[in-house]
Design a protein around this ligand. Structure first.
Ligand code: A3P
Length: 276
């Protein structure tokens, strides 16, 4: 009799452990995607969102919709790239900033994930351009200064400058998604008051307002950027880099260049961030 009880216990333990490992190994397609914009704080936003107990956030950029090689691997491949869902996590999020400017991505997301929520973080396009420049320069030993780039004849065709005219790309997304499906995050405010931007995102995602001011501190060793009060709570060294000073002339040129783009973006997106 005792032997029978022991065998029953062992079998039920095996069954329960195999079914629980099935649960812990499962991944879901994302219900929300941070689609961009590159150098506007996409990593910080995803890191901060991952504090929420309901959220499973991908640690890498998946590049499914914008890469022909990945896209042909299919939706099951995409699902397998997602983070494993733990405990009470029911909302999977990935971020790939290149999606915003990729021509094919809006239609592809619309056809494969028609219900997905889209999050777009933006910042002052002049600061974004400098940030992009600093990242590219970090990979080159000899590189012209930012001012030198802006004095070149075709500087408006230079990608770090082109991306900042956000309205061009937004128009493409609005051919497939209604405005209500896109949430705009102010990347400048995410640096000053991250909890405020997170409150709006949590509302948009329809999840509890879990992420609060007490989750953050401002780190003077990290140039004053906000970090999360947890081990490895700051972003890595490739985020929050020192920016070069730019001349007043360069600033004026870029201000003029972006003023129409910003105005049109503001109207189309129906938002009013201070820097717009
Ligand atoms: P810099 O490194 O040029 O300052 P992304 O993650 O989209 O590539 O954006 C990177 C930018 O996010 C950084 O650009 C930085 O300005 C900004 N950022 C916003 N919040 C941050 C944070 N808490 N820590 C570090 N960088 C942050």
């Amino acid at each position: 009799m005792i032997l029978v009880i022991i065998i029953v216990c062992i079998i039920s333990t095996i069954i329960s452990s195999s079914s629980s490992s099935e649960i812990t190994n499962s991944t879901n397609l994302p219900q929300a995607i941070i689609i961009g914009v590159k150098k506007c704080g996409t990593r910080a936003l995803l890191k901060f969102l991952s504090i929420h107990p309901a959220i499973a956030a991908s640690s890498t950029e998946i590049h499914f919709f914008d890469s022909p090689k990945n896209f042909q691997l299919g939706l099951d491949w995409y699902r397998n790239q997602m983070p494993i869902v733990k405990n009470n996590q029911y909302l999977t999020i990935e971020k790939t900033p290149h999606y915003f400017i990729d021509r094919q991505t809006p239609a592809r997301i619309f056809h494969l994930l028609p219900e997905v929520k889209l999050i777009l973080i933006l910042r002052d396009p002049i600061i974004r351009a400098i940030s992009d420049y600093v990242q590219i320069k970090s990979r080159h030993e000899f590189y012209p200064t930012f001012d030198e780039f802006i004095s070149m004849k075709n500087f408006t065709r230079w990608t770090p400058i082109k991306i900042g005219c956000y309205v061009i790309y937004l128009r493409r997304w609005l051919k497939y998604f209604p405005l209500e499906r896109i949430h705009f995050v102010d990347g400048e405010n995410l640096i000053q008051r991250p909890w405020q931007e997170l409150e709006y995102v949590q509302q948009f995602l329809n999840i509890s307002n879990h992420i609060q001011q007490e989750h953050f501190y401002f780190n003077s060793n990290k140039r004053g950027f906000p970090c999360v009060k947890q081990p490895n709570g700051c972003l890595g060294t490739s985020k929050g880099r020192q920016h070069p000073l730019i001349s007043e002339k360069t600033r004026e040129i870029l201000k003029n260049l972006y003023s129409t783009c910003n105005q049109q973006f503001k109207q189309l997106a129906q938002i009013n961030f201070s820097w717009l």
